[in-house]
Design a protein around this ligand. Structure first.
Ligand code: PLP
Length: 394
């Protein structure tokens, strides 16, 4: 049986073959430990790590020494928020917003248990934060503001530059989870007034298990308390032997994204719009979740009113997509993102996220439209039959 069409690229992306090729020597003959700088094996590994660090730093217009390698974005987010919380003894307020990824929400809950006050500002019905609500929530206790760049479920893009300016003017640290925008949107930490930023390799056709935290080292220099004790790697911020193959692969993935960003965005927007209109034409009752214009080009999130999304996904075996966000989809709780937009539980349960990627083709999108429309049509027909049987009985 052929594999389903992969439309779940915001959950994770397949690795680009060029990334794998770049990594392979570091799994084999180039196996050195980047900390063993007294022999050629270690020096070769260290050289590869530092070359990769430069590529990654440049990709967000940062300096090499501002990049701390982690096992992914979850760890980077924990280091940023808990690391700052541990350093600030006097003031104890963090401002975040209601549609953040669970990695941010749960980390905020963790520091809340240690006495921090966590303010969650609301979003509008497109999932967008109004910078004024952040401004109004700031008080003398505010140390940190944590706002994601683009949402993982509905793709909404937040006004990061404006929020950054508000924070900068008030000497408040600004942290951005940029997992979903990295490699897709331009990121310039200086221009956007970002002090800390977390990203991950597996959303950009790179390997899983690698990410980084950018921590500003100049105007302002952000001080963090390390969260993992050990050999003092990464300038003491994150101990643990560096995974050279993953770091090399991550940098290769970024280089490819940089080359392709413009053309890939155009292609994905075309495919995504085609998918949306193809479904909407057949089923005019579908609701687009999130902003029409202000969203990632590869994201489509729609509700099929009165139908449980799980029923659709179970029946559309030819497509791999997601209900709610992938990380939360083991639980049958309505998406906290759609709830934040003001949706009822029933409507939130009818939402499906299709996220497109580099390797999708127009042929796959046309096939997907056919599969989805037929499945939804069957489910609707069954419902009508069931209803008419019920009314014939009474
Ligand atoms: N933040 C966002 C917005 C995400 O989409 C994800 C992954 O789903 C994460 C954080 C966690 O990233 P990682 O899988 O690298 O820990």
């Amino acid at each position: 049986m052929s594999k389903p069409i992969y439309l779940d690229n915001q959950s994770t992306t397949p690795m680009d073959p060029l990334v794998l090729n770049a990594m392979l020597p570091f799994f084999k003959e180039k196996f050195g430990n980047a900390s063993s700088i007294h022999h050629p094996y270690g020096l070769e590994a260290k050289d590869a790590v530092e070359k990769a660090r430069l590529v990654l730093a440049k990709s967000i217009k940062a300096q090499k020494r501002e990049i701390i390698f982690t096992s992914g974005a979850t760890e980077a987010i924990n280091l940023a928020i808990k690391g700052v919380a541990a350093k600030y003894k006097k003031n104890h307020q963090i401002i975040t917003q209601s549609t953040e990824h669970s990695a941010v929400i749960d980390t905020c809950n963790s520091i809340k248990r240690k006495g921090w006050s966590v303010v969650k500002v609301p979003v509008d019905n497109h999932g967008l934060v109004d910078p004024k609500t952040i401004l109004n929530s700031i008080n003398s206790q505010t140390v940190l503001v944590a706002i994601m760049h683009a949402n993982n479920e509905i793709g909404s893009i937040q006004p990061i530059k404006e929020i950054g300016k508000i924070c900068k003017d008030r000497d408040i640290i600004f942290f951005v989870d940029a997992c979903q925008s990295y490699g897709k949107l331009d990121l310039n930490v200086e221009e956007m007034n970002i002090n800390m930023l977390a990203v991950t390799g597996h959303k950009i056709y790179g390997p899983k298990g690698i990410g980084f935290l950018y921590v500003s080292q100049k105007k302002p220099k952000i001080d963090l308390e390390m969260q993992i004790d050990g050999g003092g790697h990464e300038r003491g911020y994150r101990s643990g032997t560096l995974s050279v193959p993953l770091i090399v692969g991550f940098a290769k993935a970024v280089e490819i994204c940089e080359k392709r960003q413009k053309s890939e965005n155009l292609k994905l927007k075309k495919l995504r719009d085609c998918l949306y209109h193809g479904i909407k034409n057949a089923h005019p009752d579908v609701i687009l979740n999130g902003s029409f214009d202000n969203r990632l080009n590869h994201n489509l999130n729609v509700c099929f009113p009165d139908i449980d999304a799980e029923t659709i996904v179970m029946k559309t075996e030819g497509i791999a997509c997601s209900i709610g966000s992938a990380c939360g989809s083991m639980e049958r709780k309505p998406s906290h993102v759609l709830k934040a937009l003001g949706y009822s539980n029933e409507l939130a349960h009818s939402a499906i996220r299709f996220s497109l990627g580099r390797f999708n083709t127009m042929e796959e999108i046309n096939r997907s439209i056919g599969i989805i429309n037929e499945t939804v049509g069957h489910i609707k027909m069954k419902k009508i039959k069931r209803k008419s049987r019920f009314f014939n009985k009474v």
